[in-house]
Write a protein that binds this ligand. Structure first.
Ligand SMILES: [Fe+2]
Length: 275
């Protein structure tokens, strides 16, 4: 299994920029081109929410057009910036697993040696996240049925406070319910989120809990300052690869331009000094 996880694309309507100066649509189109051009091709691409910025049909029209160019299976979940109904209408043709009920979007992918469970943690009209009783019951049932098979949950909001003054107040408010499932099910060993626009990881029991950068704009981490800053640090995504006898290995993959790669040459790296 080899997955690319991207997050928080925040598409705008045609011709509109984010905060009037960030061309998210063009940047996201470039990200899709980069993923399509990867030398080692992932089995699928996962997007952990905030597909668009304002939940508008016109934004989803752009998102659907750009994401439609991706040449991999796509697993998508919504975030707080998404509108559940608009999201489902636009994204279900790209990700049929989403089903047809905008209030209960969740699905399992059993194609790999690791189970992948996708849930919707968004709460209409709110920035914070919330897991409904239906979602929690579905998750519990899936974990009961999954047995010992290593399992990862993908959701937009982190289920635990990460010490960020800006983001902790809008994390998943009842994330403790997910932590209780981590307590009960040892197979649940990863939770991959978006929302914080930054690579952050922590651990709760056997589960590594990770948030990832956005595809375009990022959020600085301050423990004490809750001001809603954003910035244009280089964008990145996470690649997840199952390695025999090791398990899941995840690494950061830059989405920003950079020089290289250069092929290592020992003669140049450590030349014998001339006298
Ligand atoms: Fe976001």
């Amino acid at each position: 299994m080899y997955l690319a996880q991207i997050s928080d694309m925040h598409f705008r309507s045609h011709g509109r920029k984010l905060y009037d100066f960030i061309d998210v649509n063009a940047c996201n189109a470039e990200v899709i081109s980069q993923l399509n051009a990867l030398e080692e091709r992932p089995d699928a691409v996962v997007i952990t929410g905030d597909i668009v910025n304002c939940g508008l049909a016109a934004e989803y029209q752009v998102a659907r057009q750009v994401l439609g160019n991706l040449r991999y299976p796509l697993y998508i979940i919504p975030g707080n910036h998404d509108d559940k109904a608009q999201f489902l209408a636009a994204m279900s043709p790209l990700c049929p697993q989403l089903g047809s009920d905008a209030q209960n979007m969740h699905y399992a992918v059993d194609d790999f040696a690791m189970r992948l469970l996708f849930i919707d943690s968004s709460l209409a009209g709110e920035s914070k996240g919330w897991l409904t009783e239906e979602t929690l019951l579905w998750l519990e049932t899936q974990l009961e049925q999954g047995g010992d098979k290593p399992t990862a949950v993908f959701m937009h909001h982190p289920p635990i406070k990460l010490g960020s003054a800006q983001m902790d107040s809008i994390a998943c408010e009842n994330g403790d319910r997910l932590l209780a499932l981590i307590d009960r099910f040892p197979a649940l060993c990863r939770v991959f989120c978006g929302h914080t626009h930054r690579l952050i990881f922590t651990q709760y029991r056997q589960a590594i809990i990770t948030t990832i950068p956005g595809t375009v704009h990022q959020v600085p981490y301050f423990h004490e300052n809750p001001a809603p800053y954003y910035n244009l640090e280089p964008a990145a995504c996470l690649m997840h690869r199952l390695i025999a006898n090791t398990g899941l290995v995840s690494y950061l993959h830059s989405l920003a331009p950079y020089a290289g790669p250069y092929l290592y040459d020992a003669n140049i790296s450590c030349p014998v000094d001339e006298k």
